[in-house]
Design a protein around this ligand. Structure first.
Ligand code: NAP
Length: 472
């Protein structure tokens, strides 16, 4: 049967496909793909391959020249709005300059870049220079494809993905603790694929003590990105872009009780342990080793003490609160403070793997964006219930855009928190930059395209359930 896809949809899909090559390698930057077309022929292709490396647009132009093609007068299809700024220590020139210098006459963009340094300006610069710019083709698809970038930039914190495996009777571990095989090998590969796409994997110190996990990507079909970025980019202060091949392991361990012989400390990559400021130097010393960073949450980032009768002296040393208001045990880290500390270090996506108490902290805080639960066929004894039992979840309809994936003997149900889905919606062109467009040139053409976009894109409805079956 002949394809009903329009040629420009085909080119944008190709650009989205190219962007995938950067997955796991470009954070905290977005994944971006670009295709140059002239007279119905693709004359150049490019993608953002590695953090600090050339952007998709310049790669695409370079590729056109390398193939002996002249980009003048061509149309560029790009999954993200081109950047329009050069920050002090940025190696790459603005992509808008590269597009203008190459003499490209038309640009078709999928998504607006929510980075405040761009956010509509890239399009405006090119329009002002006389280029025809069309926005919003396959926009929703582009937003979904790099949801960690869009959700994190829009929210000012890393995108949080909660993930756990539970037995048929709702247990996440067997009685007595220790590693428990709840799901099968297909589910393991699937879960490691999710790990490979995240900047960081976060657990509580209980899981490290009981399971002694490696917290590395080992079983994914695609290995994680090399992360060899040598330069800096839109988010200069970042350190996540320079991480080793493995996602950063983050452990919440206020009193630094983790054993210094924990397996994960021997694994390649970095381990960040979040501790309280008053942990003694003696206790810290064994962790002064390559690959391990102790992150103190300063006292100001601790939540206000809860009313209580007796006093823990350590918080008292750092708090302005009256002693009578201090809690008997030091308060937990606020999840907002943990996420802020990670974001400031360049982490844009965190996979929270448990255990129960840690997950519950995130669920209670409401600061999570995606939930993936693997349900295996085992019936387990014991008390360690799924974190969803007893957590404060504000809205029972919180999960939207659900997918159900069959993975051998295990089913994975995954969905977006409706708040994150709503945040993604606000990034669409029709909400974002209409006010910035100059009269006449405007976004009326854009709105027309958005209409076309909605007709051609199979838009899923909120709460709609897609079933994917994975061959085993
Ligand atoms: N099935 C699965 O997917 C899965 C995944 C992971 C783990 N598990 C299982 O879960 C069990 C462990 O769960 P768990 O609930 O006992 O332990 P956990 O959540 O791994 O760790 C809890 C500890 O982490 C620290 N912590 C967590 N959140 C914190 C916060 N907001 N602020 C400060 N500290 C925080 C606290 O340390 P302090 O006590 O020092 O304050 C807390 O006691 C194990 O049996 C493991 O096998 C299952």
């Amino acid at each position: 049967m002949p394809s009903r896809m329009s040629p420009r949809e085909r080119y944008m899909r190709r650009a989205l496909q190219l962007a995938e090559h950067g997955r796991g390698r470009v954070s905290p930057n977005p994944t971006v793909g670009a295709v140059l077309v002239r007279d119905g022929t693709v004359i150049g292709e490019g993608y953002h391959a590695v953090y600090g490396g050339p952007h998709a647009e310049t790669e695409c132009i370079r590729d056109a020249y390398a193939r002996g093609n002249d980009p003048r007068g061509a149309t560029m299809y790009c999954t993200l709005e081109p950047c329009s700024f050069r920050s002090p220590n940025k190696h790459n020139a603005p992509c808008t300059d590269a597009i203008l210098e190459a003499g490209i006459s038309r640009l078709v963009v999928a998504a607006r870049d929510p980075n405040p340094a761009v956010s509509g300006r890239g399009v405006q610069v090119l329009r002002d220079a006389g280029l025809e710019v069309i926005c919003g083709l396959l926009e929703r698809r582009a937003l979904e494809a790099d949801e960690a970038y869009f959700v994190s930039v829009a929210g000012g914190r890393p995108m949080v993905h909660l993930k756990w495996a539970q037995s048929l009777n709702g247990r996440i571990a067997r009685a007595g603790g220790g590693k428990t095989a709840i799901s099968g090998p297909e589910a393991l590969r699937h879960a490691h694929g999710i790990r490979a796409q995240c900047d960081a994997i976060l657990v509580g110190r209980g899981t490290v003590a009981l399971d002694d996990p490696s917290l590395t990507v080992r079983h994914a079909d695609e290995p994680p990105g090399a992360g060899t970025g040598a330069g800096t980019d839109a988010t200069e202060q970042s350190s996540a872009g320079h991480r080793a091949a493995q996602p950063i392991r983050v452990v919440l361990d206020p009193e630094l009780k983790t054993s210094n012989s924990a397996r994960m400390l021997e694994e390649p990559g970095e381990t960040w342990i979040v501790i309280r400021p008053w942990v003694s130097q003696l206790r810290r010393r064994p962790f002064e080793r390559p690959g391990v960073t102790l992150i103190e949450l300063p006292p100001t980032e601790l939540p206000p003490p809860t009313p209580n009768t007796s006093v823990s002296l350590a918080p008292a040393l750092f708090s302005q609160a009256p002693l009578s208001r201090l809690s008997i045990s030091p308060p937990s880290f606020s999840i907002a403070a943990v996420l802020d500390a990670l974001y400031r270090r360049g982490v844009r996506s965190v996979l929270v793997e448990g255990g129960s108490e840690t997950h519950r902290g995130f669920l209670d805080s409401g600061l999570w964006d995606r939930l993936s639960v693997y349900i295996g066929p085992a019936l387990l004894d014991g008390e360690v219930l799924s974190p969803a039992c007893g957590a404060h979840i504000a809205d029972t309809e919180a999960i939207t855009e659900r997918t159900v994936t069959e993975l051998g003997n295990t089913v994975c149900i995954s969905g977006l928190n409706s708040a994150a889905a709503a945040r993604l919606e606000t990034l669409r062109w029709e909400f974002g930059v209409a006010a910035q467009s100059s009269p006449g040139q405007g976004f009326s053409g854009l709105n027309g395209l958005n209409g076309l976009n909605r007709r051609n894109e199979p838009n899923r409805q909120k709460g709609e359930c897609c079933v994917h079956r994975t061959r085993t």
